[in-house]
Every structure is written in structure tokens, then in C-alpha cells.
Design a protein around this ligand. Sequence first.
Ligand code: IPE
Ligand code: IPE
Ligand code: MG
Length: 267
Amino acid sequence: MQLWIPNKPRLCRYKSVKTAGKLSQAVAAETPSASGLQHVAVIMDGNGRWAQMRGRPRLFGHHAGARRVSEILRACPPNGVKYLTIFAFSTENWKRTQVEVSGLMKLFQGYITKEARALRDEGVRVRFIGDRVRLNPKLVELMDNLEQMTSCNDLVHLTIALNYGGRDEVARATKRLAQDVASGKLDPEKVDEETLPKYLDTYVLPDPDLVIRTSGEARISNFLLWQSAYAEYEFIDTLWPDFTAEEFGTLTAKYGKRDRRFGAVNV
Ligand code: IPE
Ligand code: IPE
Ligand code: MG
């Protein structure tokens, strides 16, 4: 079966990863989680309120929020987390003011430009999920380059959801699936819950085991709807710019104490 491949082919132009970075030093401390936790997804919420509490514009909070990402990335290997997926901009976030939306787009461009080398050298493999069509071509080029230049890394897989919506993703996947059915590549009788996720943006990723949302809101706001069917959820009051590696460690440890039954009965 021919599947839609969103990423460019994997060309390992950068053969070796430098080992000087702090995250690479964490390799020694990389502990596969005994609880089976490997993928944490985070709804990074509360940047605006964090800024407002300080009498500053909302974008001040978004900049502070972007700075938290490296600390949480570094906390992944020692907590056994191989995959970190972060919600940076939703398909609904276009409803915000033009000032906030364009400030966020600039922030994403600046973040990629500034962090690209460090991410590559620290062993982070970066991927983006979401619909790129509505994004500025310059930003899309930076995203493509970052995916390409980190494509040989395997220490931590960072996936950034940008112009991402779970419903939009399922709709786009269904469109491609329907095209494959129409062209005869896919037998409609073969469509099942193994087939459909192969058309999702996340097709190479395992499903998230744990979804964390900061800022006290107890909703998922269209994030990873299909993939989180059996995830554990943590809704915590901390605003994203205040979220620390220590709190991340506490939540991952708490995950290990959950009884995950997947519909069965544990005896
Ligand atoms: C999350 O913080 C970041 C984005 C949605 C881009 P918010 O901007 O939603 O912050 P609050 O929820 O208004 O405090
Ligand atoms: C969800 O946060 C999206 C991101 C974190 C990028 P929002 O702040 O946009 O969600 P709602 O509006 O409170 O549901
Ligand atoms: Mg919010």
C-alpha cells in the first residue's frame, strides 16, 4: 500500500552528533521508563495570563513560554521519555488578534533560527505536525530545514504542533485515504483502525501515554484526538512559563503508579 509521506526522505547529511551538549550528556542518564512511559504530549497553556499578571503584553508570556521548552526537553531522557510533543499553535488560534498571531509567527521563526544548531547538536530529532498550507513560506522553509538537519538524531523526538487541530488532521487524513481508494491503491474493505492512523501527521510516532495541560483548564482543545484515545491526562494549575523540570519529573513518576487496564481487568 502506498502511503502519504509528509516528511522529506531521510538524508543523513550530518553523520555524527556532537556530544558536548547538556542534553547529550543526559544520554548517560537515559533511563527507559519501567512504567512503559515513552511519549508525553503537552498543551502549553497559560502564557497570556502569566504576562497579564505581570502587567505585560501577551507576547511577553509567549517568549517566556518558549524558553521553558529546552528545560523540559532536557528532563526527558532522565525520566525515560523518548517522545515529547508540544502544542504551539492550534487551528483555532488564528482567531486571536493580528498582533498576537503575527507576533507568534515571528517567535516561531526566531525560535527555529536560534535553536536549530543546538537541537541538532544535542541529539534532538524535530518534527512538525499540523497543516503547513496556511503558514508563511519562509516559516515552512525553516521547519523543513530543521526536520531535515535533525533527521539522524534519536535521543529525544520533539514534535511541534503548529497550525494543528485534531479534527483538521483527521479530515486531511481522510481526504488522502479517499484519494487512495478512488485511485485503486487502497481497498475500502481494508480500512480499519490500523490503516487510518497511517494517514495522520503523527504516523511515525507512538501514541502519547501521558498528556499534560498547564494553566488549570481541563479540556483538550482539539489536541491529538485520535492518538490520545487511551492516554492518561494531567491537568495542572501551573502556568506554562512557570512549569519546571521538577514538576515534569513528578508527573512522569505519578504516571508509573497508574493502573492502565485498556479495557481489560487486571487481576
Ligand atoms: C498558550 O497560552 C499558547 C498559545 C495558545 C499559543 P495562551 O496564549 O493560551 O495563554 P492564556 O490561556 O491566554 O493564559
Ligand atoms: C490550546 O490553548 C492551544 C495551544 C496551547 C497551542 P488555547 O488557549 O488556545 O485553548 P482554549 O482556547 O483555552 O481552549
Ligand atoms: Mg490559553
